[in-house]
Design a protein around this ligand. Sequence first.
Ligand code: GLV
Ligand code: MN
Length: 216
Amino acid sequence: MAVSIALCFLFAFVSVTNAGDPDMLQDLCVADPFAGVKMNGFACKDSTKVDETDFFFSGLAKPGATNTTFGSIVTTGNVEKIPGLNTLGVSMSRVDYAPGGLNPPHTHPRATEIAFVLEGQLDVGFITTGNVLISKTVSKGEIFVFPRGLVHFQKNNGDVPAAVIAAFNSQLPGTQSIGAALFAATPPVPDNVLSMAFQVGTKEVEEIKSRFVTKK
Ligand code: GLV
Ligand code: MN
């Protein structure tokens, strides 16, 4: 009995420690994207060449331009922009939304997201693996959480711009946008796959694909 309780705790602990990026093994390991070493993450830059600029990023300070197809723009602050994030297991993004703008359904395969509304109001939601939609209207100063790997979206149904700052428990959460993944992959996902999956004709599939060619 005692052994099985101990095993339960062990498994719970292992699953908790594996929930995000792997843990760090040193104070810092600033990414060296030019190292040419293939590994999980990036090789560490020579520590004599590390300075404060490796840990600094001003890219989220200002709104991004929202004149996009979906009326929204994501500005990432991950290890690709902030090399000092390598091995630290965290990152941030800023999302700006024009009135009516949508951050279309997408997932982050490597992170849970916690989003803080900087400005405006958003209708947000995620869908569980049981196809239950969990949704809410969130306003300036409020927070909403999108569990790792689940499809989620944010829509600005207001008539003023909105913005969020989102934090992730990964240095590089990854984003897979559902529409683009299915209808704008290279090489393309076969029409007969999409036609069966969505229960429509190949004409409709082609129509959607053609819209993604110009609108990404
Ligand atoms: C919002 O969902 C984001 O991924 O930045
Ligand atoms: Mn997201």
